[in-house]
Design a protein around this ligand. Structure first.
Ligand SMILES: [Zn+2]
Length: 187
């Protein structure tokens, strides 16, 4: 078990990047905590989530939150078996334009991807792609929220038994065990 440090918080436990994006809004001591509060925080999170260093772009945090809430609306509709309005998400995907550019490099040529329009949207393209894959290719019976009453984290249950209950055993699984233990002791 490892204790999360501020640099790896919020934890990337969802097993799906678009769900990890939802988890950038956490519930701590009964209050929602925003982890994409500014462009530097958004860039740090995006670097961690994608494994590719991302510089803070102007409006990155605002755009990331916009994408997050569009994903959340679609995920929540699906979980409630309500119709999903795809227009807001498709409108955001349409902003994630890029084109390829070849540049000379030591080894010959290097391939670059250049933003068309707002670079912040291009920076979010991997998350946009993950969101599209989530909605198109994932069994939503296995997309769930942590069962702990004081937790709002989402995950994709990829366990063999499909009985994952917690965002993480180290966090909520143990919290639950401790509270059950206290209940049994009547404390
Ligand atoms: Zn949890």
């Amino acid at each position: 078990m490892t204790t999360p440090t501020p640099t790896d918080w919020p934890p990337l436990i969802a097993g799906q990047p678009a769900l990890d994006l939802l988890n950038t809004l956490t519930l701590e001591n009964g209050a929602l905590v925003e982890h994409l509060g500014d462009d530097a925080a958004a860039a740090a999170w995006l670097s961690r989530a994608t494994g590719a260093a991302q510089a803070p772009q102007p409006h990155l945090a605002e755009r990331a939150r916009e994408l997050r809430e569009a994903v959340r609306a679609a995920v929540e509709s699906l979980k409630r078996a309500q119709p999903v309005d795809l227009a807001p998400l498709n409108a955001l995907f349409a902003r994630m334009h890029s084109h390829l550019v070849l540049r000379p490099s030591d080894a010959g040529f290097a391939l670059h991807r250049e933003a068309v329009g707002d670079p912040a949207w291009l920076a979010l393209a991997p998350l946009g792609e993950a969101a599209a894959q989530l909605l198109a290719q994932t069994d939503f019976a296995l997309v769930r929220q942590c069962e702990h009453a004081e937790c709002v984290l989402w995950f994709h249950d990829t366990t063999k038994s499909h009985r994952r209950r917690w965002c993480s055993m180290a966090l909520c699984g143990n919290r639950y065990k401790v509270s059950e233990f206290r209940k049994r002791r009547g404390g």
